[in-house]
Design a protein. Structure first.
Length: 271
């Protein structure tokens, strides 16, 4: 559930602004001190009784390996593009997340949108309960609307919504600020790509977003392929869409892929 958790947390980070900073600062200090003490104790144990420390090392390595394997498996699932599989995987935690009546439909819509299922995403959004959680998820909703309106071909609405997205305050925490900032830049580059108005650096931004955010991997790669074609980098564009899943008819990605493949199959006529 790591990807789901990060995506939900990304848009809840702004809630930190309303929490007492003194308490969170003290908690960080306490956690740091305890971590340092535990590490020092482990080193002492490893020096005095290595036969006792060895099993702990094995357990630590095994746990790290299990987490890596679980993450890789989830990334592969997301890149396969099977929305039904993804939603079924996420649904295991829907009843445990706060405000499930809002967040479950919102996350379902996110999955559909990430794979070009525009109508399904709109229906899922319509089913989400309105209330405090809906209002708190403004950035998430704007991001979804930018993606969906872009895929629907509504360039004006997409541009207006991405402007609203970029105007929102940034989270206070550095790690959250970096994640949110990178995703906003990628969404902005995606809008420009579909309008055939890329700016310098957009191809790099879209490629980076496709690698760092497996959920929007194919959305960002199709946008990057458009930019690559517009810049005359046809081989690059072929590489970007190579290995894409066979999209169902209800996915906008099927039309995108067929159009891009057709353009790439057409010989370039030299002047």
């Amino acid at each position: 559930m790591a990807i789901l958790g990060k995506l939900v947390a990304m848009y809840e980070d702004r809630g930190d602004e309303d929490r007492p900073t003194d308490r969170s600062g003290v908690l960080r200090v306490v956690v740091f001190v305890l971590s340092a003490a535990l590490f020092a104790g482990f080193l002492h144990l490893a020096w005095d009784r290595p036969y006792l420390a060895a099993p702990l090392v094995v357990l630590g390595v095994g746990y790290a390996g299990l987490r890596w394997w679980s993450h890789r498996r989830l990334v592969k699932m997301l890149r396969r593009g099977d929305v039904t599989e993804i939603i079924a995987h996420w649904a295991q935690s829907f009843d445990r997340i706060p405000h499930a009546e809002t967040m479950a439909p919102l996350m379902t819509a996110t999955a559909f949108a990430a794979y070009g299922r525009v109508e399904d995403a709109r229906r899922a959004l319509a089913a989400a309960a309105r209330g405090p959680a809906w209002e708190a998820a403004l950035e998430h909703r704007l991001f979804l609307d930018v993606i969906l309106s872009t895929f629907e071909g509504d360039a004006d609405h997409a541009s207006a919504q991405v402007s609203r997205l970029n105007a929102l305050p940034m989270p206070n925490r550095g790690d959250a600020r970096d994640r949110v900032g990178a995703l906003r830049q990628a969404a902005t580059a995606l809008v420009r790509a579909f309008q055939h108005k890329p700016e310098p650096g957009d191809l790099v931004r879209l490629e980076a977003a496709s690698e760092k955010n497996p959920l929007v991997h194919w959305a960002m790669r199709y946008a990057a392929a458009i930019v690559a074609i517009d810049q005359g980098e046809r081989d690059k564009a072929r590489t970007l869409i190579d290995g894409a899943p066979r999209w169902p008819n209800e996915s906008a990605f099927r039309a995108f892929h067929e159009e891009l493949a057709g353009v790439l199959a057409t010989p370039v006529t030299l002047p």
